[in-house]
Design a binder for this molecule. Structure first.
Ligand code: ZN
Ligand code: ZN
Length: 362
């Protein structure tokens, strides 16, 4: 945790910012370990303060031992009151606030309480880039979440029958995740059968899984705040010829991207590794989303593996060792269905390590 704070302090120094108020719950958890539902951090070159309320006195002390805890004990008091006291005590005249994680109302209220003597400076992207490169502890947690996810799908797949509805299949998967040790699901599980599989983010309903048609399953275990993400496309019974054409194209696109991932490649270039395979097969238009996204405390975070907009230069971030990203090409055909295959990969100094091990059809 102290190493993460040191990295942030370096960024604050570069921006000549004497303090940062952290109001994003994920950034707060990343920098302090405190996972409660309410609270904020104030970080300066020499102080780390954690503000929270009476529900979290014990939890915050346990989870964030590196922080000086300031409590709201009297229900009439607000976080802004605590902050005002701390700002006076530390003699701060400028504080950075997370522009992406504070409403205009909160900003105005804070400005009113702190008064003219303190300048609030909206800043962006100070903590999120740090979170993109995972440390050993984060990678270990992600490995566990991924293993739970793989095991849940492997346990449930043989129990799927054509009569089972998408909703029932999703519940079997959710139960298996929880029984396997997940704290929660990373996101509502997607089970999309037949033509429903043409919708990348279909919500499971009463449609039976059926036989001979694609079934897209997208699921993940959440563990200690970290999110796994896995997609497999299955089929019960004998699929039609088109299925294998589409499946093999998506699989080839995914393998090509995984073979090309390495530090230094841009998110755009990574996307194009897979997209070129799908375009060459004649399904370019049917790959309707980006190749992948980072995972961590958020299910979707940086780096984004997305092609640059038409006619624009590639300004996407370069991949670095320690990033964990999904690689999830897909082809979606209205009326027929779709195929998506998604693994999580850890960027290593030499290339990448595929962390997902759930079996594929080929
Ligand atoms: Zn997914
Ligand atoms: Zn994903």
């Amino acid at each position: 945790m102290l190493e993460r704070i040191t990295h942030l302090r370096r960024s604050l120094a570069t921006k000549e910012l004497p303090a940062l108020l952290v109001t994003s719950a994920m950034n707060r958890r990343y920098l302090s370990g405190f996972s409660g539902s309410a609270g904020a951090l104030l970080i300066t070159p020499h102080h780390t303060l954690l503000f929270t309320d009476g529900r979290y006195t014990i939890q915050a002390a346990d989870e964030a031992p590196d922080y000086d805890q300031r409590q709201i004990v009297n229900p009439g008091r607000l976080l802004t009151d605590l902050l005002k006291e701390a700002v006076a005590e530390l003699e701060l005249t400028t504080i950075g606030v997370e522009a992406a994680h504070m409403s205009i109302g909160e900003f105005e209220q804070l400005r009113r309480v702190l008064g003219d003597a303190v300048t609030l400076k909206p800043v962006d992207g100070l903590i999120e880039p740090l979170r993109e490169v995972k440390d050993e502890q984060e990678i270990a947690t992600l490995r566990k979440a991924i293993a739970i996810t793989d095991a849940a799908l492997e346990a449930v797949a043989p129990r799927l029958t054509p009569e089972l509805s998408e909703r029932q299949a999703a519940w079997l998967l959710e139960t298996a995740l929880r029984e396997g040790g997940a704290d929660a699901v990373s996101f509502p599980i997607i089970v999309a059968a037949g033509p429903n599989a043409a919708r990348a983010h279909h919500q499971p309903g009463d449609t039976p899984l059926g036989s001979g048609r694609p079934i897209v399953i997208d699921m993940g275990a959440r563990l200690n705040g970290y999110h796994a993400d896995l997609t497999r496309t299955l089929v019960l019974g004998e699929p039609d010829a088109q299925f294998w054409t589409i499946y093999d194209t998506v699989l080839k696109a995914q393998r090509t991207a995984l073979a090309g991932l390495r530090p230094g490649i841009s998110g755009h270039a990574a996307d194009m590794l897979a997209r070129d395979v799908i375009i060459a097969a004649g399904y370019g238009e049917a790959f309707s989303h980006s190749l992948g996204h980072g995972v961590g405390l958020n299910i979707h975070e940086g780096p984004s593996l997305r092609r640059a907009p038409e006619g624009k230069e590639d300004a996407s971030p370069q991949l670095q060792a320690g990033m964990v990203t999904s690689i999830e090409p897909g082809i979606y055909l209205a009326g027929w269905g779709g195929v998506r295959i998604e693994d999580l990969a850890l960027i290593t100094p030499e290339g990448c390590e595929v962390l997902s091990h759930a079996p594929k059809l080929r």
